[in-house]
Design a protein around this ligand. Structure first.
Ligand code: KIV
Ligand code: ZN
Length: 513
């Protein structure tokens, strides 16, 4: 058995299924390039058949990425598989990932199919996918709750048809570590051609066990591929965290005995990029990428670390990219230096005009903030800033007044389809007044589910990054805005969320049928 653990990142597919985490085409390409820098083996770029937008994103990522394999999800039917195959046509290395539910519950209630029909459809799907590539992954959805006898029958058949990876999905996060590891071990033992495929783990975090289950699937079950997302992004409680599972296998190489090809110094930049784009803030005490992950607050710990780091540190902060937080540009930096930094960060703006606009925003920021970090640049070009975002509303200016004992007041200027609007209102606090002012004109009827503020870098000079999560008619969107003035950031975030609520949805949900 191989001693390499294949890392399959699904931030752009399963991660994006998280309500409000949808990303634009350009943002997906930017994240894919960072995943390539991180040296993930496989990037699941999306679900090509979900919409034309998803198809184009998978295609663009396939063309942009050279070092990682690019994968598209496809339900087990000819149309989905053909869309995936077409989207991946130009990719250097491509994989089609097809799936169908195999648990009795899903087959009967969701698919309304008999086990024999599911068996046949799985087999035919893999056979059809072989027209496009030899690199085929098959997932039994809700695999961990499926009958082992039936699973053995299906998996043996799909391997015989040419599936090269078998991914045992714990779709609803029901598994517990030892049982899941044993489940995979027994499947591998019982299926006569199991050695013809790489076995993979795909765990959701509903019981907070996604990383533990994945590790058990690797150690006990002999899986050699792990499916995971940056910052554990994903539907409901999320997926297995890439940073945690990778650092566990690396740090405890004595126990797992496996090599991982990841450049761990790219973990923090990847984490910041994903949280900046999606607006899903990383909790401070999150392992590896949380702000406190390497902070030793207690005197005893600090004393120990100063005497010998290993006393309390099992990993070094710089090995996961914490040191990357460096000053990159300042007020005197010119357009060329700015453009070069964009290139180094893998940010490609689609026209000279877009570069000029981003440079103007950079100059404006540099006037107000002496040190500009990589994170500031990502925020500047994220396209979710109100002034840069696509859509009807754009932020123009804001004046707000608050004084102890007085009710705060805000006057917001924004444009609506190019026409300037001035709106004023009072509120409980400056952000409330700002949102009330915007709503006095837009009357969106949306419900605010979440408002969070996060400092992009360190120090009080930092830009505040605000996330506003809105819900309307069952649709949930996240708006993100950044500015050194957090009330301005809030106005940008709110307008960005309103823009997203207005954009049409034509997407099919992979697991929603
Ligand atoms: O959780 C799941 O079952 C999935 C499959 C498509 C692999 O994401
Ligand atoms: Zn999943």
């Amino acid at each position: 058995m191989s001693d390499k653990l294949i890392v399959f990142d699904t931030t752009l597919r399963d991660g994006e299924q998280s309500p409000g985490a949808s990303m634009t085409h350009e943002e997906k390409v930017r994240i894919a390039k960072q995943l390539e820098k991180l040296r993930v083996d496989i990037i699941e770029a999306g679900f090509a058949a979900a919409s034309n937008g998803d198809f184009e994103s998978v295609r663009a990522i396939g063309l942009a990425i050279k070092d990682s394999t690019v994968c598209s999800l496809a339900r087990a039917n000819d149309r989905d598989i053909a869309r995936a195959g077409e989207a991946l046509r130009g990719a250097n290395s491509a994989r089609i990932h097809t799936f169908i539910a195999t648990s009795a519950l899903h087959m009967e209630k969701k698919l309304r199919m008999t086990p024999d029909q599911v068996f046949e459809q799985a087999r035919l799907a893999v056979r059809f996918a072989r027209q496009y590539t030899d690199n085929i992954e098959f997932s039994p959805e809700d695999g961990s709750r499926s009958d082992p006898d039936f699973l053995c029958r299906v998996l043996e058949a799909v391997i015989a048809e040419g599936a090269t990876t078998i991914n045992v999905a714990d779709t609803v996060g029901y598994a517990v570590p030892e049982q899941y590891g044993e489940f995979i071990r027994k499947l591998r033992e019982r299926i006569p051609n199991s050695d013809k495929a790489v076995w993979s783990v795909h765990c959701h975090d509903d019981l907070g066990l996604a990383v533990a289950n994945s590790l058990a699937g690797i150690k006990i079950g002999g899986a050699r591929q792990v499916e995971c997302t940056i910052n554990a992004l994903g539907e409901r409680a999320g997926n297995c965290s890439l940073e945690e599972v990778v650092m566990a296998v690396k740090t405890r190489k004595d126990y797992f005995g496996l090599d991982v090809g990841i450049d761990t110094t790219q973990i923090m930049p990847a984490s910041r990029l994903v949280s900046g784009i999606t607006g899903f803030v990383v909790q401070p005490n999150k392992a590896i990428v949380g702000a406190n992950a390497f902070a030793h607050a207690s005197g005893i710990h600090q004393d120990g670390v100063l005497k010998a780091r290993q006393t309390y540190e099992i990993m070094r902060a710089e090995d996961v990219g914490w040191a990357a937080n460096k000053i990159v540009l300042g007020k005197l930096s010119g357009r060329n230096a700015f453009k070069q930094r964009l290139q180094e960060l893998g940010i490609e703006l689609d026209s000279e005009q877009a570069v000029n606009e981003a440079f103007a925003r950079f100059k404006d920021l540099a006037d107000r903030k002496s040190e500009i970090f990589d994170e500031d640049i990502h925020a500047l070009v994220s396209g979710e800033q109100g002034e840069a975002g696509e859509g009807a509303y754009r932020f123009v200016a804001l004046a707000q007044r608050s004084e102890t004992g007085e009710r705060p007041h805000a006057r917001v200027v924004f444009s609506e389809n190019g026409k300037e609007v001035v709106a004023e209102a009072q509120g409980n606090g400056p952000v409330d007044a700002t949102v009330n002012a915007i709503e006095s004109h837009t009357r969106s009827g949306a419900e605010l589910l979440l408002f969070s503020v996060n400092a992009i870098t360190t120090g009080t000079e930092s830009q505040g990054e605000v996330t506003m999560r809105l819900s309307r008619s069952g649709r949930i969107v996240n708006g993100v805005g950044a500015d050194p003035d957090i009330v301005v950031a809030a106005a940008k975030a709110y307008l960005s969320a309103l823009n997203k609520l207005q954009s049409p949805v034509e997407k099919v949900h992979a697991q929603g049928i």
